[in-house]
Design a protein around this ligand. Structure first.
Ligand code: TTP
Ligand code: MG
Length: 419
């Protein structure tokens, strides 16, 4: 179409309008949906937590609880130190409501959100239970993009009843940073001519793919902000970080060529969980792995996936990532086997200090039954099948995992391409 015929502010052919949606304190918001008295109150949702117990880890905390230092991946006992249980201290406002994780309910809520997003997008890429990218180039124009973003938030709030933060930008990585920029209930629009100024003051750690280790290395080179990184010599970055260095440079400039594409079939499914610091109690590791094995097997079943490979990941200090896997003679759907193989593979780490443990099934094959489900909002934790034996302490690998070390619930080394 000749330039003169487009709407003022309409994007050129290669310019996209990408919207990133990330639900606010999602599990806690879901709990508030069915228990409205929790609105405005500190709420902590625990993974592996049972009512009245001290065990498990914080999956998420409402923003009221975050104000008291409670955050994802923290042990429940540490959270309880900061905010004791309200039931036991009914008149103390410095307390919180604790609830166990209920994935089936959160997935049902997530599904309702996904239906709305499907209607609103040209293409939709679901990244996890509470996060998705929408290409909305044909649905809006930069001049009215803020109103479009507000409309997305309002539809989710009215029809589902949970809050979302939205970022709108010309590409995926900037949209993701934008949605995170003004949480909760945020709406940040970064038009193409604002991208450089928006990114420049942000710390390098905000750039996707830059974890704490890389951020420290960059800082020691005098590169602290995305602006510094954008101004750095790409050859120097390449010399230090290889191809990733060039990628960082491009992302700091707001250059991200990825298109929003629907997700294909997963190559593997996994979950992982970080401890509050490194633990020496191997029983605790086995107990956590049992929960993760159950969750992974359940997810595979829901998706109609059979698996041939069962693996574990163990992260030891400082951030050494060790993976072990066993491949079976044929594909199975056997939750008990996931658990027992995971336990066997973990044995050799008995006696080590462990920061994080993950369980994965790979070499997937699908029955046709759940084909329609494959694009579902249950997208978290999918990855390429890369299960290998061998102790993996390559710096690159290590760094890649530290980037999302706080994530309790998934094990996805390829997330760099996802979010
Ligand atoms: P996030 O979107 O990372 O966190 P959030 O939605 O709770 O809060 P925010 O407002 O900052 O977006 O993750 C989505 C859900 O995934 C979260 O509600 C609970 C779960 N989760 C875990 O189980 N463990 C984790 O370590 C993290 C980070 C999230
Ligand atoms: Mg969220």
């Amino acid at each position: 179409m000749p330039r003169g015929e487009t709407l003022p502010g309409a994007p050129t052919e290669e310019e996209r309008i990408v919207l990133h949606v990330d639900m606010d304190c999602f599990y806690a918001s879901c709990e508030r949906l069915r228990e409205p008295t929790l609105r405005g109150e500190p709420v902590v949702v625990g993974m592996g937590y049972e009512a009245g117990e001290q065990t498990g880890a914080v999956a998420t905390a409402s923003y009221e609880a975050r104000d008291h230092g409670v955050e994802s991946a923290m042990g429940i006992s540490s959270a309880l130190d900061r905010l004791p249980r309200r039931e036991e201290n009914p008149n103390d406002p410095e307390t919180a409501w604790y609830r166990p994780v209920d994935m089936d309910f959160y997935e049902a809520v997530s599904e309702q959100v996904r239906e709305i997003l499907t209607e609103l997008a040209d293409t939709l890429r679901v990244v996890s239970i509470d996060e998705a990218y929408l290409d909305v180039t044909e649905r809006t124009a930069w001049e009215v993009a803020e109103g479009f973003g507000r409309h997305v938030k309002q539809r989710i709030a009215r029809e589902v009843g949970v809050p979302a933060s939205v970022g709108v930008a010309p590409n995926m990585s900037t949209a993701k940073i934008a949605s995170d920029h003004d949480k909760p209930d945020g709406l940040v629009v970064v038009s193409p001519d604002e991208v450089a100024d928006f990114l420049a003051p942000l710390p390098v750690g905000d750039i996707h793919g830059i974890g704490p280790v890389t951020a420290d290395e960059l800082t020691s080179m005098g590169i602290e902000t995305a602006g510094d990184l954008a101004a750095a010599d790409p050859a120097e970055l390449r010399a230090k970080f290889g191809e990733r260095g060039e990628e960082f440079h491009r992302r700091a400039l707001g250059d991200d060529p990825r298109q929003v594409e629907p997700r294909g079939k997963p190559k593997s499914l996994s979950r992982e969980s970080a401890f509050d610091g490194a633990v020496e109690d191997f029983d605790l590791v086995v107990e956590r792995a049992t929960g993760l094995a159950g969750a992974v097997a359940q997810r595979a079943k829901r998706r109609g996936a059979l698996y041939r490979t069962i693996g574990v990941k163990v992260v030891t200090p400082p951030y050494d990532v060790n993976t072990r896997a066993k491949t079976l003679p044929g594909p199975v759907d056997e939750p008990d086997l996931v658990e027992s193989v995971a336990h066997d593979l973990l044995e050799e780490f008995d006696g080590e200090r462990i920061r994080k443990v993950g369980v994965r099934v790979a070499n997937l094959s699908f029955s046709d039954r759940d084909q329609a489900d494959l694009d579902s909002w249950d997208g978290g934790g999918e990855e390429e099948a890369t299960a290998t034996g061998g102790r993996d302490t390559e710096p690159k690998e290590t760094d890649r995992y530290t980037n999302d070390q706080a994530r309790l619930f998934e094990y996805d080394p390829d997330r760099t391409d996802e979010d």
